[in-house]
Design a protein around this ligand. Sequence first.
Ligand code: ATP
Ligand code: MG
Length: 428
Amino acid sequence: MIKKFSAPRGTYDILPENIPAWEMVENNARRILKTYGYREIRTPIYEETALFKRSLGQTSDIVHKQLLELATDDVGAINNRPYALRPEGTASVVRSYIENDLDKKEPLSKLFYIGPMFRGERPQKGRLRQFHQIGVEAIGPHSASPYLDAEVIVLAIHLLKDFGINNPKLKINSLGSKEDKEHIAVWLRGELGKHKKELCEDCQDRFERNVFRVLDCKNEQCKNIAGAIINRLYGQGLPLSEASRKYFEQVQSCLKNAGLDFEISPSLVRGLDYYIHTVFEIIAEGLGSQDAVAAGGRYDGLIHELGGNEKIAYGAMGVALGIDRILLASGHRQEIPMAMDAFVISMDPKQAFVFVHLLRQSGISADMGFTGGSFKSQMNRANKLNARFALILGEEELKNKMVSMKNMSDGKQEMVGIEECVRILAAN
Ligand code: ATP
Ligand code: MG
């Protein structure tokens, strides 16, 4: 027995009948993002491992245990640097922003990307090793504005609703400025330290590496402990400076003005080091435990981390939407059958080939039976392909340079000239 191959664990094939749903999402995203002034950027699907380590933080779960690194003796040997498949899009976009001096070309770069991302996750429903994101990044010198935070959130909701997510649930929080964040970290470490032994093994580790991540844990006991601490902290009012609080209030009032409902979720911290101020997550119904379909936030400091001009104070705000989960939640996976204008039926494949070529050159979708076969089997094939017309080139038709057009929906058949046939098909 010859070994059969399967798609790698945590990946899947998107078969032709599912492509229309993907096209809907991608085409609508491109159209809608244009109305918000965003332009597409395409970066490589692998980058230097160091880029991800620097941007996501050594302590992030992604770098710590999910990075899919390429064997150095394949790609890395080129210049002895290790590479990894991209686990997310922000690091690459910021790398490109700096490398291509986009800050000198425009005051605010509004960029989006669509494509696959790779993480060494434990596969389960809605959690894959190759998944797909639509991401948006708005980066510019001196561009930090609560209006921009709100714009990115508003457009994420706009996209999700367009994709058929009926009740997207928006959760927001503010981590405050970098200084506020450090402040909160000290407080958290102090409080969580009292319960350290009760935390799960991962969280014991997180406690040391990055205490914010404990708030992200899915373990019930950790959730309860962290939840109580966070409620206590926020119960005394937001643990933020006056300026950060004001910024967050402005974001909220913009969201309200745009008619969005949201919930302030103090335990929402997002798993990456680079976030400050506004962070948010959007949840869809019916997905079980992997129910986040989009997430994002503000990451001004990352531009300097990756080598942006020290003299400039950059602003940066972004979101990433998970297409695979969106399609699971929206039910947009119904198989859409093939449809064609015409199927050419002939006992003479040479004649059929010439005719099919003529039709396609005229913009008409057409196919033929390549191995001939009986009239009946070719007619079956026309049916299967959902052809609007079966075009029959029999002996009589060929003799008279005519073709019989059979309308497959009402069964009516008429013999017409070749040019007339093309005209009829092209007209409808
Ligand atoms: P989660 O908490 O579900 O692990 P995350 O915080 O790792 O998500 P982000 O890195 O913010 O996710 O990515 C944004 C979105 O991309 C997620 O909300 C989700 O829809 C999607 N996504 C992330 N990881 C995966 C994955 N392994 N498989 C499928 N979709 C994913
Ligand atoms: Mg994750």
